[in-house]
Design a protein around this ligand. Structure first.
Ligand code: NDP
Length: 319
């Protein structure tokens, strides 16, 4: 099958297109936002009847592009399908194969979510050693790395997650100082007061909603909130208002939304540092791998109920 594919001629050489075989596809919460058309989004909505687009790790089969050759491994936007023709090649990244790093990690630890953790923590949170850091959705693709970077930076780190299994993972495998299951807490404000009697210096917010409201009440003066994501608000049509925003003023808190794409100039530094941390055993990374393209829709929906433990990836083909 592949032998025949490699003989394919792509229609329009001037497009500099690639025919790729998709190996791993990434399920990411931001894709939910592309399923509705709303004004002001940073990325266009999906087009009904067109193949879904998302981050993937792929192998080049045929190349009309001088920057890539057959056999190259790449990561970047591809289709949720077995084979794709990619014409937007300028943001593709060539992967240098490394026996010590799983290929699929280029969708998580060394991909967009890992980079989000890195840029968000170092650039938006302005961390100092000894500070108190709170991370929500802490066992997920972004959160697990935020917590570990904060620990390496000398911070005290508490994470929240939605199951006992995830809380155990945070405390026993990911090195968080403390973790709690927010679904078992009737009063999030009281829970945060229990874990941060001295207050929170940095809140890395992946969820928004009630947790953000409770965190606002527990921030220290001059605390910082990195607003990374609001997954708790993503699927509801009438988001609940945040009641405690006035804390921003009383406590002179800096609250900043960000997109990882604002910091792409840091990507090479990130790759070098985080790959080294991983190889030195200073950080670990958990994936939730589902087999087969047909498993992708359920895996994607599972992000919004917390079914995934770690970075949600779909293996379409092992090679
Ligand atoms: P995750 O791997 O963390 O998966 C999503 C997790 O969110 C679920 O496992 C679940 O964990 C939690 N969750 C789902 N629904 C809710 C809810 N209603 N309330 C609270 N928690 C919920 O995803 P990522 O790490 O990839 O993404 C985390 C956040 O970061 C998202 O909000 C995403 O949109 C954002 N993001 C932002 C980027 C940026 O550039 N600003 C880039 C990448 C991601 P649990 O079981 O713990 O509830």
């Amino acid at each position: 099958m592949e032998l025949k594919l490699s003989n394919i001629k792509l229609n329009n050489p001037s497009q500099q297109a690639l025919l790729v075989k998709n190996l791993y596809l990434s399920c990411d919460p931001y894709m939910r936002g592309r399923m509705r058309d709303f004004h002001g989004s940073y990325i266009p909505p999906f087009v009904p009847s067109k193949v879904l687009e998302g981050f993937g790790v792929s192998k080049v089969i045929v190349s009309d592009n001088p920057n890539f050759k057959a056999g190259d491994l790449i990561s970047g936007f591809t289709g949720w399908e077995e084979y794709s023709i990619i014409t937007k090649t300028d943001q593709l990244r060539k992967i240098e194969p490394d026996d010590h790093i799983p290929l699929s990690f280029h969708l998580g630890l060394l991909g967009m979510p890992g980079f989000t953790a890195y840029a968000g923590f170092y650039e938006v949170c302005s961390p100092s050693s000894g500070e108190y850091v709170f991370v929500s959705a802490a066992s997920g693709a972004v959160g697990q790395l935020v917590g570990q970077l904060a620990k390496l930076h000398g911070c005290y780190v508490v994470g929240s997650a939605g199951s006992k299994e995830k809380v155990e993972l945070l405390k026993n495998k990911l090195g968080f100082d403390e973790a709690f299951n927010y679904k078992e807490e009737l009063d999030l404000d009281a829970a945060l007061k229990r874990y941060f009697p001295q207050g929170i210096d940095i809140y890395f917010d992946n969820v928004g909603g009630d947790m953000l409201d409770a965190a606002l009440l527990n921030m220290k003066i001059h605390g910082r909130i990195a607003v990374c994501g609001m997954i708790s608000q993503q699927s509801i049509s009438d988001p609940k208002g945040i009641r405690n925003l006035s804390s921003l003023i009383y406590k002179r808190i800096r609250m900043q939304g960000f997109l990882q794409s604002d910091y792409l100039h840091l990507y090479p530094k990130f790759l070098e540092e985080v790959s080294a941390y991983y190889k030195q055993g200073k950080i670990v990374y958990f994936e939730d791998m589902n087999e087969g393209l047909e498993s992708a829709p359920a895996a994607f929906v599972g992000l919004f109920t917390g079914k995934n433990v770690g970075k949600q990836v779909i293996c379409v083909s092992h090679e």
